[in-house]
Design a protein around this ligand. Structure first.
Ligand code: SF4
Length: 362
């Protein structure tokens, strides 16, 4: 069949013949959701660290991608193709009507939440936004809690819909840093971080619950950088912030390293190289960043940071430190999705008062 057409940005676009609508997700381990809905295959933002092209959702679909969009190398070409799932809202409506809600996965940390989208950006253009609006309408009609994660300021077009959902829906954006040229190098086609923040500001002012994801944060970021970031988030009022340091794995990590260097951020590239080559160095960096962010968060009354310590990081530690990291990982995010707010303050806390103690604790 081949590509339907190439849009004005050079993106190969077509429709996605998949019948997948609602997929169970492992993202309950990050207290994000139990299910995901991906409104498209591919993503025009083409973030260098994106793990999606390394997953079976892309890896097992070489033939479909070749047939529909002339894609030879789904991972290498990531960011240059986009296949829309236009009839997804209708199919979702049928599923929600036909299936008993008690059959749906609901974990303590995922709370039955459906997230749009984990494998693409659900507001990246008008067509994905249209599909997203249809899907969210179906979910809130069935009183299903919803999380929307997007880098696109266009999300504000659906404020009316989000207001109708009340506290059963939250909208968030990934903002790892306000260093626009660096973010632009690593997330080449995504809107600038300040535009994402402005969208969250508009949503919050309209009474929509919001969250921010500082993921992944860059290795050169220090206490002052985190103070600045968290000040911006605190200015949004009631907000939950998720945080994850960068993990040196896979081809996409190497790509981040190369684009940082090409963009003139040799200091970032040097740190990433060191982490790639020295696992202990990465462990100490990740612990220090998790700790610094939790410490800085205590300066902002009422600001809660939900940290995501990586499995490999936890396995690299022992004793009390390991127990603390495991408690962080097991915690439920402090969002309500209804009348009751979980108590998570004890699990998310500083790991040590003094960074130097990590070397003894590991
Ligand atoms: S916006 Fe998300 S899905 Fe799209 S490329 Fe970036 S990380 Fe991947």
């Amino acid at each position: 069949m081949g590509t339907d057409h190439t849009d004005q940005h050079g993106l190969r676009v077509n429709t996605d013949p998949t019948k997948t609508v609602l997929s169970e997700s492992y993202l309950h381990t990050k207290s994000l959701c139990d299910h995901v809905i991906n409104v498209a295959t591919g993503c025009r933002h083409g973030c260098e660290f994106c793990y999606v092209p390394t997953t079976p959702a892309i890896g097992n679909r070489h033939k479909m991608l070749a047939d529909q969009a002339d894609v030879d190398d789904p991972q290498g070409d990531w960011g240059s193709y986009l296949l829309y799932r236009d009839d997804l809202p209708e199919r979702l409506a049928r599923i929600l009507e036909d299936r008993d809600s008690s059959d749906r996965k609901q974990t303590d940390r995922g709370r039955g939440v459906v997230m749009l989208s984990s494998g693409t950006d659900c507001y990246q253009d008008r067509r994905t936004a249209q599909i997203t609006r249809g899907a969210v309408t179906e979910l809130i009609t069935h009183d299903i809690p919803v999380r929307i994660l997007t880098r696109s300021p266009a999300v504000v077009r659906d404020i009316d819909l989000f207001q109708a959902a009340g506290d059963r829906l939250t909208v968030g954006s990934s903002i790892p840093s306000f260093e626009a040229p660096l973010v632009n190098a690593i997330e080449p086609n995504a809107p600038p971080p300040i535009k994402r923040w402005e969208a969250l500001d508009r949503l919050q002012q309209a009474g929509v619950p919001v969250f921010a994801s500082m993921s992944p944060t860059y290795p050169t970021m220090d206490e002052d950088d985190f103070h600045e970031l968290l000040s911006y988030f605190r200015a949004l009022g009631e907000i939950v912030v998720f945080h994850e340091p960068i993990n040196p794995r896979g081809k996409n990590f190497q790509q981040c390293l190369e684009v940082a260097s090409d963009a003139g951020y040799e200091d970032v590239a040097k740190e990433l190289r060191r982490m790639r080559d020295d696992r202990q160095y990465w462990v100490e960096y990740a612990l220090e960043q998790l700790n610094t962010v939790q410490q800085v968060a205590t300066r902002f009354d009422g600001l809660q940071v939900h940290s995501w310590p990586d499995d490999e990081l936890i396995r690299s530690t022992s004793g009390q430190l390991r127990s603390q990291l495991e408690a962080m990982q097991q915690a439920v995010s402090p969002e309500s999705f209804g009348p009751t707010k979980p108590d998570t303050s004890a699990a998310q806390s500083e790991l040590a008062e003094d960074h130097k103690t990590f070397q003894q604790l590991i």
